[in-house]
Ligand binder design. Structure first.
Ligand code: SF4
Ligand code: SF4
Length: 102
């Protein structure tokens, strides 16, 4: 009896970390990307340097005639803010969305 309860205890201990890891991954924060299209000059920095290929150039132009990017895979955004930091026109920013499932 004692041996059996010990065995169950050790099995529980083995499974616990995996359950915690899965649960943390499901709640991981990510980013929501916003573009201020009228500020954009179409330099493509945000598209080229996004490490997760969240952005692509669209076929749209703003009122000044600049080719603007678009979000194609927002679920991949890690909120690293690289696009926001590199944009010379302050035309793109990212807001952290906490605790949503990816
Ligand atoms: S925050 Fe990072 S991952 Fe998200 S779109 Fe910008 S560069 Fe890409
Ligand atoms: S980095 Fe800024 S200015 Fe350049 S394409 Fe992206 S949003 Fe437009």
């Amino acid at each position: 009896m004692f041996e059996e309860s010990k065995r169950m205890e050790s099995t529980d201990m083995k499974t616990e970390p995996a359950v915690q890891t899965q649960s943390r991954a499901a709640r991981r924060s990510h980013g929501r990307v916003f573009l201020l299209a009228e500020r954009c000059k179409g330099c493509r920095f945000c598209v080229e340097f996004c490490p997760r290929q969240v952005l692509a150039m669209s076929d749209r132009f703003n009122s000044k005639g600049y080719h603007i990017p678009m979000v194609i895979a927002e679920e991949q955004c890690t909120d690293c803010k690289m696009c926001e930091l590199l944009c010379p026109e302050f035309a793109i920013y990212v807001v952290r969305i906490a605790g949503e499932e990816l």
